[in-house]
Ligand binder design. Structure first.
Ligand code: SF4
Ligand code: SF4
Length: 376
């Protein structure tokens, strides 16, 4: 489906003094290495408009939106900041796919989102909440693919990507269909599960939008372990961006920003990125070593231990334990342990041992829970 239409030659917004640019797969576009996820905009419209306008001034040229974020307000909050500049930007819209989605409904949604954003066309439109299982609903006669083809023929959309949650292997199968120009997946220092998918996307010329480069703020506290593993003496947020961009197959790191301070810091960090100084292979090696310290005794989030009779979310605790022990993110982990309500807290554990009997990795769940609660 990857086609380069003449209008793709439109000059995209850029500011080479402040921003780096990378190929966006085979689309022919150069996308800003920092892109703007609009799902965290605040309810102060004047502030949002200024924030978006400042990001465009700094050279950001990719904005990810959908009508469904922020209780239906995401695109309304984005639109005023795009006025008069939309043609030089890649603004991405998104609609979900499900068994009941028809070409008619998908088309209506494209039109509705264009209307809200005040755009004549989408340079990118995403098939959202996608998975390999949804493929028949994409391909069926009168289904989503028919709507995409028609919208492309009419110039309402130019390129198509997808986002969703599925296994890395299934997402590889999705991009191998040749139907998509980009893939949007979470990717950061502590979540590298889609690394094989990203590598395959690179081979196929499919653009990669890396979501959650700072893991939704988790990677904002100091970590000596990460500094040592990556051989950098930088704040964790900066190391997080450097890592994502060190992956040569990532087209852009998409950050959900809502303050001018975040924008300024992220622009600076991305502009400081130097591929010569950030060797992706060495960084991966450092991270692999950290992870190896937990050996086989690693929670795979299989959830076989659930449900716990005391309603404790064991995989959540195990995940926090990993972030604490492997990545040294103590402050962020402690904050999230404190945020777990009393009704779900590990202090409720009665020591019944059911979880450990069911755990295929023979993890000492009870010991971990006790240790975690010491952080409260
Ligand atoms: S040992 Fe504790 S955590 Fe495990 S199942 Fe029993 S109550 Fe739940
Ligand atoms: S069963 Fe074991 S590996 Fe699976 S989620 Fe529970 S603790 Fe983790």
């Amino acid at each position: 489906m990857s086609i380069i239409q003449p209008c793709n030659q439109q000059i995209l917004n850029r500011n080479d003094k402040q921003m780096k640019y990378r190929n966006f797969g085979n689309t022919g576009w150069e996308v800003s290495a920092l892109s703007f996820g609009c799902m965290r905009l605040c309810d102060n419209q004047e502030y949002n408009t200024n924030l978006i306008s400042k990001s465009i001034d700094a050279g950001v040229n990719y904005f990810e939106t959908t009508r469904y974020y922020l209780e239906g307000q995401c695109q309304h909050r984005t639109a005023p900041g795009l006025v008069g500049r939309g043609d030089s930007l890649i603004v991405s819209g998104k609609d979900g796919i499900n068994p009941d989605k028809t070409a008619y409904l998908f088309r209506k949604e494209i039109e509705r989102q264009l209307d809200i954003l005040g755009l004549s066309h989408f340079k990118f439109f995403q098939v959202g909440w996608f998975s390999w299982e949804m493929m028949p609903h994409l391909l069926k006669q009168g289904g989503v693919l028919d709507a995409i083809r028609q919208a492309k023929a009419e110039g309402l959309i130019q390129c198509v990507g997808f986002t969703g949650h599925d296994t890395p292997e299934n997402f590889i199968k999705c991009i191998e269909t040749g139907l998509f120009d980009s893939i949007t997946v979470p990717y950061n220092l502590i979540n590298r599960s889609y690394e094989p998918t990203i590598a395959r996307a690179g081979e196929l010329g499919v653009g990669v939008v890396a979501m959650c480069p700072v893991a939704g703020g988790v990677l904002s506290c100091e970590s000596d372990r990460l500094k040592e593993a990556l051989g950098m003496d930088l704040p964790t947020t900066e190391m997080a961006f450097q890592f994502v961009l060190a992956n040569p197959n990532v087209s852009t790191a998409c950050s959900g920003m809502n303050t001018l301070e975040q924008l300024e810091q992220n622009v600076k960090t991305v502009n400081n990125f130097d591929p010569e100084l950030n060797n992706f292979g060495e960084m991966c090696e450092g991270l692999d070593k950290l992870r190896a310290e937990l050996g086989d005794r690693f929670c795979t989030s299989c959830r076989y231990c659930m449900p716990c009779p005391q309603d404790i979310d064991i995989p959540h605790y195990m995940n926090l334990y990993r972030e604490w022990k492997v990545f040294g993110l103590t402050d962020s982990v402690a904050e999230r342990v404190r945020a777990i309500g009393k009704d779900k807290s590990a202090v409720r554990c009665t020591d019944c041992g059911e979880c450990e009997d069911k755990c295929p990795n023979t993890l000492s769940v009870r010991e971990v829970l006790r240790e975690m609660e010491s952080l409260r």
